[in-house]
Design a protein around this ligand. Structure first.
Ligand code: ARG
Length: 572
């Protein structure tokens, strides 16, 4: 139980008594007292009474004696609440003894599908897929930790007309040559070469067209070649996931092609419900509320004029399966903001079809772009899109060099492991610590810096605490009474007891920059504490209490970073 909740629970009956109806006390952290509620102001307006008198009456009815050392009316009618040291200490003590660090399991565990990463076969993963992979993996980790059943869905782009061209290019290159090119991860070169031939050579185009028909018709030889492309790409994507330290496995690939058999039944449902309409030869649904700039209703194309199903049909069939067959009630789509309209329309149609009805719901977890230092879309020197692996390798290289410089005592192997944890951590944290709705600038200096809201800063804070316990050679004495006589101890305690609240909020809004911001505040509060309060040189009970604060800080930092998918080396 966090403090906001505790105070809310105590104030709610008091407000109800004064108001005669339920009132939300709206308790907030405040620089003036520890917490403040301004709900008496609005209530007084409603009751037509002086606000200070209303506030005073609420306080008379509120049972706060064991929680607050001071509870008073201030200013025009605010309630200022100062937490009693013993109450705060008791909470810290309880959280230190709790393996879940004060974060309760979800009261109503659900089945959640997290649709994320989703690169395309025979195409390089680019930085857009980095954001999806990093944010989606954090969502999966967080919801799983809260006790939800999480199904990871890697909606691989493994179907569609480009495969005619890609398979013909494979044929020309030979299976060996193709395997070689794709295994070294030169996916873009393969794709581009296929595209170039396609554009230049009419005979090749004709072969590609026939190949698409054979693929859709289930021709065994064609399917075998197609599978070769898919498998090579999947193998390559797995190496990237490995490098990135994400929890996606081979079993999580649910490519677009895996919905092929479900497309027909889904479209039949839509047809039976009378939702399909012909438009320029294509079968479309016009979801209510979707209109273009000209005010005309916008169609979601379910079946193209050539009879083929497209991207939207696949997403519809996937929803039908995720809620219907898999029993999911929460569907998350971690996909860039440009696809927002697509998902709005898909969800609207799925709702009309009865596949997405409460409690089931779908959320587009959208995100902006990664920009270069020039403030424009990140581009490689040659002007192409930036290859994700290249970016990750650069991060590890830079971080390993910095690690060696900062800590020459580390052996080769440990320096390499730390460099990797710091480099990958920095890339992921830079992403997760920025508001996902916005673009952000990739800035190596900043994200690898030991100062500021960065992964290395948090990892360093963690390793510094661990070094204390290495030095004393014992664990923290968790049964110690916590003393909070120093302001820095008190400030740190407030951060420590706030973990549960921020995790609960982020599980709802999936805005990981709030969790990152929390961890940063915690680490900063720890730094101030560590500067102002001697730990090992303190006397008996105070030393023990401070050791518990140290240990709990490390555990919360470690768990918080783990939820973000970031490793915490013991030494840096
Ligand atoms: N493969 C797509 C792309 O690279 C992303 C797919 C997202 N997921 C989905 N269910 N549509 O843009």
């Amino acid at each position: 139980m966090d403090l906001e909740q505790l105070l809310t629970d105590r104030l709610t009956p008091a407000f109800a008594t004064v108001a005669g109806v339920p009132v939300n006390p709206i308790v907030r952290r405040s620089p003036r007292a520890d917490f403040q509620s301004d709900a008496a102001l609005a209530l007084a307006r409603r009751l037509g009474r002086p606000p200070r008198a209303v506030a005073a009456e609420v306080l008379e009815h509120a049972d706060l004696a064991d929680v607050c050392s001071v509870a008073e009316v201030s200013g025009p009618g605010f309630l200022n609440l100062t937490i009693a040291d013993e109450a705060l200490a008791g909470l810290v003590h309880a959280i230190a003894a709790d393996p879940r660090l004060g974060v309760p399991l979800a009261a109503d565990p659900e089945t959640v599908v997290v649709d994320y990463s989703a690169p395309n076969v025979a195409k390089e993963m680019h930085v857009g897929h980095l954001r999806s992979t990093v944010i989606g993996d954090a969502a999966a980790r967080l919801l799983e930790w809260l006790g939800h059943r999480v199904l990871r869905a890697n909606h691989l782009g493994d179907w569609g007309t480009p495969f005619g061209m890609l398979i013909e290019h494979l044929v020309d290159l030979g299976e060996m040559g193709t395997a070689q090119e794709l295994s070294v991860g030169d996916l873009d070169a393969f794709y581009k070469a296929a595209r170039t031939t396609f554009n230049a050579d009419e005979a090749f185009r004709e072969r590609a067209r026939r190949r698409v028909v054979a693929l859709q018709g289930g021709d065994p030889a064609t399917l075998r070649l197609w599978r070769l492309l898919v498998e090579q790409s999947e193998r390559y994507f797995m190496t990237v996931y490995d490098l990135l330290d994400v929890t996606l496995t081979k079993r999580d690939f649910h490519g677009e092609s895996s919905y092929n058999d479900l497309l027909g039944p889904a479209v039949e449902d839509l047809d039976r419900l009378g939702l399909l309409r012909e438009s320029e030869g294509a079968s479309c649904v016009f979801p209510p509320g979707s209109v273009g700039r000209d005010g005309e209703p916008l169609p979601l194309i379910v079946r193209k004029s050539d009879g083929g199903y497209g991207y939207a049909a696949t997403d519809l069939a996937a929803i039908r399966q995720r809620t219907g067959t898999l029993g999911a009630t929460r569907l998350l789509y971690v996909v860039g903001l440009p696809q927002r309209r697509h998902f709005e329309m898909v969800y609207a149609v799925a709702a009309q079809a009865g596949w997405l009805v409460p409690p089931a719901r779908a959320e587009h977890v959208g995100f902006g772009s990664i920009l270069g230092s020039d403030g424009r879309m990140l581009r490689s020197r040659a002007g192409g899109s930036v290859k994700l692996v290249g970016l990750l390798e650069e991060a590890i290289l830079r971080a390993t060099a910095l690690t060696r410089e900062r800590n020459p005592e580390l052996g080769e192997a440990e320096a390499a492991a730390v460099g990797r944890a710091v480099g990958i951590g920095a890339v992921k944290y830079a992403d997760l610590s920025s508001d996902r709705h916005r673009d952000y600038v990739l800035d190596w200096e900043r994200m690898l810096s030991l100062d500021g809201n960065t992964a290395p800063y948090l990892q360093y804070a963690y390793s510094r605490i661990r070094s204390i316990f290495r030095r004393i050679g014992t664990a923290a004495p968790l049964d110690t009474a916590i003393s909070l006589a120093e302001p820095a101890e008190r400030a740190l305690a407030f951060e420590l007891v706030g973990f549960g609240r921020v995790v609960g909020e982020v599980a709802e809004n999936l805005e990981f920059h709030h969790l990152a911001g929390y961890l940063y505040r915690l680490a900063a509060a720890f730094s101030a504490f560590y500067e102002q309060c001697p730990v090992l040189r303190a006397d008996g009970p105070v030393r023990d209490s401070r050791l518990v604060l140290c240990d709990l800080t490390a555990r919360v930092l470690g768990q918080g970073l783990h939820l973000l998918g970031i490793r915490t080396p013991e030494r840096m």
